[in-house]
Design a protein around this ligand. Structure first.
Ligand code: TYM
Length: 335
């Protein structure tokens, strides 16, 4: 069976972007006859400073968000990265395959150090994409559901796999595909239709957090930036209207319909009609998730048990693949 792998950084509040671009789709993949492995990538999170207590809390909270979004630990492997040492070990092997020039082309690194002194970024932040390649390749995963912003990293993973196979004269690593599907592969900020909705945006009003209550969600949509025109009658009318397009896309993804279906209902209507409808829909879809997250927050021991069991299952797949990679590279195994 084909294997799906994806990950989320436990580096703060998860957003509606993470839910629509990732979590909701992770849950759907469980019923498609594929093996699903989902990871809280704490080793990625520490590429920028994390308060130790906050990292623990955020990791448990992100695990709760997975479960509340429908990722079922009896159907999927759910674990945190640092409990499976094969990730870090494989990352080192791949660090020696990947080229500096490839890392230098990564736009996410450039964005993250923009306006700051790059000399002061951690070495881990720079090497981050090669750890991400290790995450995927150490399971021989071929399907990687992600949002648009991770596409370049999955493409880099393909390049690393191909160079390893070429250099060592093997077909060992399969080439993974980024799965970027649906209308919410790039959910934008509610305050600026040209910026990605992000958990690290300092403006809380720019995003919907999975932990926001109904009032907050309604307020944030009401105050979301839109434009003076009513909604267009068809999807072509969204061209050049970044904010309008974003709000329509969010509605479509939440309701599991197309842009055209949303516009068939709301085309010609004003924001005073659409925004409250969007807020109601978002509250209806998100409040069961935040309620379940709150329930799980009261039982951290249960979360830790789930992650421990997941880590065990993950190790059982990753360890033999890591051992074979070392063998291919010429390292003596005394087994
Ligand atoms: P991260 O933690 O930034 O985001 C987790 C997932 O959410 C998606 N996403 C979005 N989708 C749509 N609209 C948005 N505004 C939005 N914001 C975030 C991301 O595309 C991602 O799918 N490097 C990864 C984590 C990672 C990973 C991996 C992913 C580590 N190893 C291996 C896949 C496979 C990251 O930082 O995602």
């Amino acid at each position: 069976t084909p294997r799906v792998f994806s990950g989320i950084q436990p580096s703060g509040n998860l957003t509606l972007g993470n839910y629509l671009g990732a979590l909701k789709r992770f849950a759907a993949k469980q019923d498609e006859g594929v093996e699903t492995i989902y990871c809280l990538v704490d080793l990625h999170a520490i590429t920028v400073w994390q308060e130790p207590e906050a990292l623990k809390r955020q990791t448990r909270e992100a695990a709760a968000a997975f479960i509340a979004s429908g990722v079922d630990p009896s159907k999927s492997i759910l674990f945190n990265q640092s409990q499976v040492s094969a990730h870090a070990e494989m990352a080192w092997l791949l660090n020696c395959v990947a080229r500096l020039g490839w890392m230098n082309r990564m736009t996410q690194f450039k964005d993250k150090v923009a306006g700051k002194n790059a000399e002061n970024a951690s070495l881990g932040l720079y090497a981050y994409p090669s750890l991400m390649a290790a995450d995927i390749l150490v399971y021989h995963a071929t399907m990687v559901p992600v949002g648009e912003d991770q596409k370049q990293h999955v493409e880099l993973t393909r390049d690393i796999a191909a160079k390893f196979n070429h250099d060592y004269g093997t077909e060992f690593f399969p080439s993974p595909e980024p799965l970027i599907e649906g209308t919410a592969t790039r959910v934008m900020s509610l305050k600026d239709g040209t910026k990605k909705m992000s958990k690290s945006d300092p403006a809380d009003a720019s995003r919907i957090n999975l932990t926001d209550d109904a009032d907050t969600i309604a307020k944030k949509f009401k105050r979301a930036v839109s434009d003076p025109e009513p909604l267009p009658e068809s999807a072509e009318g969204l061209t050049g209207r970044a904010e309008a397009k974003n709000l329509v896309n969010i509605y479509a993804a939440l309701a599991d319909v197309t842009q055209e279906q949303v516009l068939a209902e709301f085309g010609g209507k004003g924001w005073g009609v659409f925004k409250p409808a969007l807020a109601d829909l978002a509250v209806a879809k998100l409040s069961p998730i935040s309620t379940e997250m709150a329930r799980l927050r009261d039982d951290p021991a249960e979360i830790d048990r789930i992650l421990g069991r997941g880590a065990e299952q993950a190790r059982a797949i990753a360890q033999p693949i890591l051992e074979r990679a070392k063998d291919i590279m010429g390292m003596v195994r005394s087994l």
